[in-house]
Write a protein that binds this ligand. Sequence first.
Ligand code: ZN
Length: 245
Amino acid sequence: MIQKTSSGQYIFPRLQKFSNIIHAISTVDFGDMNIKRAENVSNIKRYAEEVGVSYNKMIFMQQEHTNKTKEVHVEKKYVYKKVDSLVTTKKVALNVATADCVPIIFFDPTTKTIAVAHSGWRGTYKNIAKNVLRRFSGRGIDVQNVIVALGPAIRSCCYSIDRKRACMFSKKYPKWKEGFLLEKDNTFFINLPSLIKKQLQESGIKEENIDDANICTYDSQDFFSFRKQQNRDHTKVFITSIGLI
Ligand SMILES: [Zn+2]
């Protein structure tokens, strides 16, 4: 569940109680957050100010629908290339940009480790969440205490896929397919958040430690949706952020 704040961004109420982190999700009101376009800098700066994080500590990714993850060792604004997840204990804000794909944020309250991941259909198929949690385990973190939140994404109500892709997924994840694949009037619909929750639990995350925004980007007026946008060469995106302060 997420809530809109008076300054316009969304938050997960359960993460709000931790005083050593900031987190938020931007909306269409802040404008496009695509870092590739220079004119968006002012949008990102305004959002950073509202969220309470220095623009100079904002870390981004040039996302490529991989399942690759990297560790962040710098404490200044930076863009990581060819990566779809970042993990850190540095005092920075990690950002994941999406418009229908599933943005995921991770927080371990014990070691104060944070992570973000971009899990669209390709990243989910390749189980990027598992790679993030491998990094956590590699740092000696007990993932049982880790809190994970899934941001707004296109959901099965609006996410039709072709038979070929449906077959790919049902072959790779046969034991969960009833939960995330639906067939209606010869069309397949996929529920990525549902599959991601299974992947997270298989990697050791407790069910009660998973939060879900439960908002469909295609239906919502507050978030950008790739499928809904006419100009797909210039897809507008929103960002989901988590930072250590
Ligand atoms: Zn929908």
